[in-house]
Design a binder for this molecule. Structure first.
Ligand code: UDP
Ligand code: MG
Length: 328
């Protein structure tokens, strides 16, 4: 029997400068582990020559394949497509920018052979990021552990190995607003962390803007918690109670002492305050309604423009266009 297959999924978006250095470092590692490996690049609508470069390496090394999207769908969706096209018994997900050291895959595979279904890289420090970004990340994880319905292991990101069983479980989750870290935790299975230091991005720039990260964070919370919806119920109760109490207070005061100056400023202030609260709560409800809308449209997660190498052998019947047709 052939040795178990190892797949490596690499989402790429305008990473032309990284393809060659990445392959140079990654392939020797894979060859040390097994000869039965494959690399699945997911070209997330790159506008530079990323795809052309991948085609070049794929010609020399047929074990390298690619799925190319018709446009940019975002890293989370790219990972979903990679998982759909990977055929390995163990599937590794990693970034293209060499921030995830390829040598770690050896350790991942060792742990996997020991019986762990999920092996994740745990970053030991975030000193590569700006202070503000780190601050927000911290705030996010605190909020998530407080209100989220699942536990996220500290410092674990997308750099991980997942067993076939876990991959199949992930493939049944067809949601659009994908917060992969939450999904990995949601499917469960026995997992373990391997600490690693995130390296500097060697070429190109990070593709995450602050706005994107913020949306991503909110997606994460909203996908795994309804706390933002519930806050408003409590706040509503408290505010109504305060309003009744104030009304009674003013009533009694007027009965006892009569009115003094009409309270124009306080009126304006309270109107502004409460309309602010109402708009905010409406907005939060709207966020959830928007997500429901996005989910019920049941659009496919991504549109493939081209499949290269091994990924092309995964026939489109295996990857149906609509998620509800996915293998149960
Ligand atoms: N990426 C992607 N689609 C996007 C943005 C990023 O596939 O819309 C890929 C990118 O090419 C890289 C990985 O996701 O391989 C991580 O991106 P990046 O290094 O920009 O993120 P950071 O390391 O700053 O979190
Ligand atoms: Mg990076």
């Amino acid at each position: 029997m052939a040795s178990p297959k190892l797949s490596v999924i690499i989402p790429v978006h305008n990473e032309s400068a990284n393809i060659a250095p990445l392959c140079e470092r990654l392939l020797p590692v894979l060859n040390r582990i097994t000869s039965n490996w494959e690399v699945v690049f997911v070209d997330d609508g790159s506008r530079d020559d990323t795809l052309a470069l991948i085609k070049e390496v794929s010609q020399k090394e047929p074990r390298i394949g690619a799925v190319s999207f018709s446009r940019n769908f975002g890293k989370e969706i790219a990972i979903a497509a990679g998982i759909d096209h990977a055929r390995g018994d163990a599937v590794v997900i990693m970034d293209a920018d060499l921030q995830h050291p390829p040598e770690m895959i050896e350790t991942f595979v060792e742990r996997w052979r020991e019986g762990y279904m999920m092996v994740y890289g745990q970053r030991t420090d975030r000193s590569d990021e700006t202070r503000i970004k780190r601050g927000f990340a911290q705030l996010f994880y605190r909020l998530f552990s407080q209100f989220g319905e699942i536990e996220l292991p500290a410092g674990a990101g997308d750099f991980r190995l997942i067993d076939r069983k876990g991959v199949e479980a992930l493939r049944t989750l067809g949601e659009r607003a994908r917060f992969s870290k939450g999904l990995y935790a949601w499917i469960g299975f026995k997992g373990t962390g391997v600490p690693f230091v995130v390296e500097e991005r060697k070429f190109g720039a990070s593709k995450w803007s602050f706005r994107k990260l913020f949306r991503f964070a909110f997606d994460g919370i909203a996908a795994f918690s309804t706390a933002p919806l519930r806050i408003w119920t409590y706040l509503g109760f408290i505010i109504s109670f305060l309003a009744i109490a104030t009304a009674i207070f003013f009533m009694i005061r007027t009965l006892l002492f009569g009115t003094d100056l009409p309270g124009f400023p306080s009126l304006i202030v309270s109107v502004m305050f409460f309309s602010g609260i109402q708009l905010m709560s409406l907005g939060i409800v709207g966020e959830y309604v928007g997500r429901i809308f996005a989910e019920v449209k049941r659009r496919p997660l991504y549109v493939v423009a081209e499949r290269i190498g091994g990924a092309a052998e995964v026939s489109s019947s295996l990857v149906p266009e609509t998620p509800q047709l996915r293998r149960a």
